[in-house]
Design a protein around this ligand. Structure first.
Ligand SMILES: *Cc1c(COP(=O)(O)O)cnc(C)c1O
Length: 377
């Protein structure tokens, strides 16, 4: 299919109708000015220094402690980190977290990728992959023999989120929380490994993965590492565990990413923790979905209200209105990245509502879209 290239009609949105910050992308996403200022202030003694020395290791230590506090991690849970982002973590989990056979809920682009990684691994049994229609999520079908259940807290490609709950069976619960972590509520008792990258709710930059691991997950990592399975060092979770305990990474991390991440975790914790950040995303979601439902020209793509994400809103438009034209007009005004997920192919806008994004700006964005639709008519 030839990509749709709309002629952008000449529409000017009055300045007072525009969001104060124009970044609504699903990741990399809005970085707050205060985070950048804190990085610049610390730069002369932080940037360009060794990640094996106290200056950087202390910041990594603050990140690990800050996450333990933000997620109220029970005793024995550990925060692991390494380079390569969430995509790398899928491969690491394929090598070092799945023992024999995994079961995956696959309901969008991201959840399908971890399932494929497990499927292609020659040392694992064929994984069970449970799918559902786009815009919904399937349910687990737990049974003996499955040693890892792979969930996705928020499917960023469709804007479907799911409540994280342990199945009534043995087996580790591993959750891709890349876009959810920090923006959606979760109970740490319900997971063994909650992994993410910092360029979404944590308003930092890409290239790093973080994983909140239960004692059972740590035990699994250690047991597989001690077996005769071949594991490339870069994907070796035991090496990541050993380095993380020393507040380090196996190889050189991006120091700016770690600093921006630490600022964001502190901002959340100092303002009340998870209830503060989920309060913001909840308010944004309420504004966006109720605007769409009342608009007459748009509606939430996800039918079930309880599956509508509070961090990624997907909004369908009626056929008479070209969502791509709206996104292009917004972009011409500095309001960026509202285009839908490319492979979904719907007449849709996708709008991030991460904790950094001001609910007031979501309200202004809704008003700006209404203005554009009126001008297009
Ligand atoms: C963005 C995203 C990823 C990929 O993260 P990278 O850091 O780019 O590898 C994986 N899963 C979900 C749910 C995401 O939103």
């Amino acid at each position: 299919m030839i990509p749709h290239m709309p002629e952008t009609p000449e529409i000017t949105i009055p300045k007072e109708l525009l969001p104060r910050d124009g970044r609504f992308g699903a990741g990399p996403s809005k970085v707050r000015a205060e985070q950048m200022a804190a990085l610049v202030a610390d730069a002369p003694h932080y940037m360009g220094t060794s990640h094996r020395q106290a200056t950087v290791k202390n910041v990594v230590g603050e990140v690990r402690d800050g996450l333990a506090s933000l997620f109220t991690l029970p005793d024995g849970y550990e925060v692991l980190l390494g380079n390569g982002g969430s995509t790398c973590f899928w491969d690491a989990a394929t090598f070092g977290l799945i023992d024999q056979q995994s079961q995956h809920l696959s309901f969008g682009e991201f959840s399908s990728k971890f399932a494929s990684a497990a499927q292609e691994a020659p040392h694992l049994r064929e994984p069970e992959i449970i799918k559902s229609e786009t815009g919904t999520h399937p349910e687990l079908a737990p049974h003996d023999g499955i040693d890892l259940y792979a969930l996705t807290h928020n499917e960023t490609s469709t804007g479907v989120s799911m409540t994280i709950r342990r199945p009534n069976a043995e087996g580790l619960v591993a959750v891709d929380a890349t876009s959810a972590a920090g923006g959606l509520a979760v109970d740490a008792q319900e997971f063994d490994c909650y992994y993410f990258a910092p360029q979404k709710s944590f308003a930092s930059d890409g290239g790093l993965w973080l994983a909140l691991c239960s004692p059972a997950a740590v035990e699994r990592i250690e047991r597989i590492a001690a077996s005769d399975r071949w594991i490339p060092a870069f994907f070796d979770l035991k090496i990541a565990l050993d380095n993380s305990r020393l507040n380090q990474t196996y190889n050189t991390p991006a120091l700016a990413t770690i600093h921006l991440l630490n600022s964001q975790i502190k901002w959340m914790n100092e303002n009340g923790g998870m209830s503060f950040s989920t309060g913001r995303t909840g308010r944004s979601a309420e504004i966006l979905y109720s605007w769409a439902e009342a608009s007459g020209f748009a509606r939430p793509f996800v039918e079930r209200a309880d599956q509508r994400s509070h961090v990624i809103g997907t909004i369908d438009f009626i056929d008479e209105i070209d969502a791509a034209a709206i996104a292009a007009i917004l972009r011409a005004h500095g309001v960026v990245d509202t285009e839908p997920y490319r492979k979904l192919g719907r007449n849709q806008l996708r709008i991030a509502m991460f904790p950094s994004i001001d609910p007031e700006d979501i309200a202004l964005l809704c008003g700006a879209i209404t203005h554009i639709v009126g001008a297009l008519a």
